[in-house]
Design a binder for this molecule. Structure first.
Ligand code: RP5
Length: 170
């Protein structure tokens, strides 16, 4: 039973260890939702064979959704999507080119036939939430945790008095 909960359900992969500070936000968010995940840096162009082996073995290991982050000519999410029928969520990594516009366009502009669901530049938290929503379709307990996350988020805004700005009325 305990071992079963340790099986990673979300496979997070990125092009370089330099992407870890962004991708670790996805790990953290999935941790809050109690969704087991794994994070690997495997470059699609420097280690393509390793990447293909990682993707090929993932479903058998228990992975049900991929989150793939890359920067620059960010082909990694598309390559992952090309080799699996599991959903792939792409995270464009911020770069020196207009803050990551190169990464965003490389990931979001997938030609038809192979989809990659793309989040905002650096949007690893939303990638994690979307992955959790996909898993929650067949995991009622996770659905409850996701709803609790949403409710707490809303409550924090409603109850935070510092959200009230200055008034000039009596
Ligand atoms: C991409 O190139 C990686 O995803 C990373 O965002 C970028 C730079 O990689 P490093 O030169 O830091 O390894 O493949």
């Amino acid at each position: 039973m305990a071992a079963e909960t340790q099986v990673a359900r979300v496979g997070i992969v990125c092009g370089s260890r330099s992407d870890f500070p962004i991708m670790e936000k996805a790990v953290e968010m999935l941790g809050r939702l109690e969704v087991p995940c794994e994070l690997r840096a495997i470059s699609a162009h420097r280690a393509p064979d390793l990447l293909l082996r990682f993707v090929a073995g993932a479903e058998e290991r228990g992975i049900r959704v991929f989150i793939a982050g890359a920067g620059g000519a960010a082909h990694l999410p598309g390559v992952v999507a090309a080799k699996t029928i599991l959903p792939v969520i792409g995270v464009p990594i911020p770069t020196q080119v207009n803050g990551g516009l190169d990464s965003l366009l490389s990931i979001v502009q997938m030609p038809k036939g192979i989809p990659v669901a793309t989040v905002a530049i650096g949007g690893a938290e939303n990638a994690a939430l979307l992955a959790a929503e996909i898993l929650a379709l067949s995991d009622p307990a996770l659905r409850v945790r996701l709803q609790a996350f949403r409710d707490a988020q809303t409550r924090a805004i409603e109850e935070d008095e510092s959200n009230t700005g200055l008034r000039n009325t009596k």
